[in-house]
Design a protein around this ligand. Structure first.
Ligand SMILES: [Zn+2]
Ligand SMILES: [Zn+2]
Length: 263
């Protein structure tokens, strides 16, 4: 059994064939799936999908690109739902910052404020935190170490970016989401860094429909392809594929307790 801890099945690219996508995932052994929240307007759709499939869950949050949408009342409404098992995705994304220095500083400050609000929500509701980090490792570490460590029950650095600065978060019960990037031929650093992540903190993800792993690169990604990430990671770590499945699934169940009852 494999768990895809991060995939956006509420994306319109799955509108026409979601049942088939889920069926292919099950066939590939992907028997647990988490849909992170990204855009607040898509949460009703994520909720509906999670309620349609027993092994699919969702999280409530707003991606840093949509931080203006943050609405605590709306997110808390979803957090009361049994199938809403985490807060996020949330975090800092400095990839598309404005050029103007003042506008840049304002955007960073606004992202940090909303990130901090998500962290507080996870602490209040004692839910795991799904974190998005892009070009922001130092600030992300600082925020998580200050406000989340010891306060949220667990968390995941989804699409772990191979930054050494984030590794100490393993001690604060943060997990590291490994996805298709690991299979990219020009990606050497992540291959080295994954060997330094504590084995009990590794989880798998696709981030579908994005970041499609080799050998499906160029096509729409889907949760069935978690299996490609798993076999690549097993090779990098020098363990049997079966052992990697067992390990990453056990980790995902500790990270997200709701997965415990799945098998
Ligand atoms: Zn993300
Ligand atoms: Zn995502």
């Amino acid at each position: 059994m494999i768990i895809d801890t991060h995939c956006h099945l509420d994306d319109p690219r799955y509108n026409d064939d979601l049942d088939a996508v889920i069926a292919r995932a099950l066939e590939a052994g992907v028997k647990g799936i988490l849909l992170p929240g990204a855009d607040i307007e898509d949460l009703p759709k994520a909720q509906a999908i999670a309620h349609r499939y027993p092994h699919v869950f969702y999280a409530a949050g707003v991606h840093p690109y949509h931080h203006q949408q943050y609405d605590e009342k709306v997110l808390e409404h979803y957090l009361e739902d049994d199938k809403c098992i985490a807060v996020g995705e949330c975090g800092l994304d400095y990839f598309r910052l404005p050029k103007d220095e003042q506008a840049k500083a304002e955007e960073k400050a606004a992202q940090k404020e909303v990130f901090r609000a998500h962290i507080a929500l996870a602490a209040k509701h004692q839910k795991p935190l799904v974190v998005h980090v892009r070009e922001s490792s130092a600030d992300s570490f600082e925020m998580l170490n200050t406000f989340a460590a010891g306060k949220v029950p667990s968390g995941v650095l989804h699409c772990y970016n191979a930054s050494e600065a984030l590794l100490p978060l393993a001690q604060a019960n943060f997990y590291f989401g490994i996805g298709g990037v690991l299979t990219f031929q020009n990606e050497k650093k992540l291959g080295e860094m994954v060997t330094r992540i504590p084995k009990d903190k590794l989880v798998l993800e696709t981030d579908a429909p994005y970041l499609t792993p080799h050998p499906k690169r160029g096509q729409r990604n889907e949760p069935a392809y978690t299996a490609y990430v798993a076999s690549h990671l097993a090779r990098v770590l020098g363990v049997e594929e079966e052992a990697l499945h067992a390990l990453s699934t056990q980790n995902a169940k500790k990270l997200f307790k709701a997965f415990e009852k799945l098998n």
